[in-house]
Design a binder for this molecule. Sequence first.
Ligand code: SAM
Ligand code: SF4
Length: 332
Amino acid sequence: MSPLEPLIDGHGRPIGDVRVSVTDRCNFRCQYCMPAEGLAWLERPQLLTYEELERLVRLLAAMGVHDVRLTGGEPLVRRELWRLVERLAALEDVHDLSLTTNGYLLAKQVDELVAAGLRRVNVSLDALAPDRFFQLTRRDSLAQVLAGLAAAQRHPELRPIKVNVVALKGFTEPEVVRFAEFARERPFEVRFIEFMPLDADQAWDMDQVLPNDEIRAMIDAVYPLVADDRPAHATATTWRFADGRGRIGFVSPVSVPFCDDCNRIRITADGMLRTCLFSLHETDLRGLMRDGGDDGELEAAIREAVWSKELKHRINDPGFRQPARSMSRIGG
Ligand code: SAM
Ligand code: SF4
């Protein structure tokens, strides 16, 4: 597809990254994301097909949205995800194709995903002790996730491998240093992520947020850290261990919002364009496609929505309203 004008929001920020949710379903029930009984799942016809997803990604990539991350729900529960990876990896304008997964099905699928063109993976892992892992995810599956990470590690094409840890006050502290050691012993970049008000139970409270500064101080006291420069648009600040063994990252949307140079948009599994995790409105791209809209109409709808992209999230403002969709229904 020939290049189109770059996609720019009304605050002058160029958009370069899209998070594409392929399903709202999940095989885990992380406390900070989903209720124990799960949620009312979308019906299959409500999901964008792989053809529709490829069409949207091709169009976005032609507008300069070169980085594509597949997520969910749990993306690996969508049937034959490798087929979508193969389609997207073949798009010339997609420069970086990655996957965020809870890792449970990764060992089974990693060979076909890499063969299809996947080059980067983030695995969520919030606890290193089996009982604590169970407490948080409500699944006794730590061994499968570690096996998934090990299987990913066996593919040198798949780098970097990042491990995402959502930090919760009163829960994560005992394992902070253990996670630092995990990052030092293995070729994984461990990144601590602050808990955001996107839980389905709507029980988020500032008191449950463990600020990343506190985590960094806990690690630095045992294994001194040296700051890296922060690349533009990066969600994480990264730090190297002073002795040169490994690196650790911090994603701090609550304590240090990074909205100023946000370059991201999201597409939900049912084809809604969201311009912010905390958007209170969305644009129905699925309806437009299924009503026979051509690429010109789709492009116009995307540009119009992106023009109104939120300047910043308002988590820390009085009167903040949590969006109706929780994280697994948005695509984190
Ligand atoms: N199921 C996959 C996984 O867990 O990696 C992909 C989807 S999940 C919604 C994407 C990321 O969002 C995960 O790293 C997860 O830990 C994170 N997440 C979910 N709810 C969150 C919340 N309320 N605050 C911060 N991060 C959250
Ligand atoms: Fe599932 Fe990921 Fe949400 Fe955990 S964070 S419940 S793995 S979607």
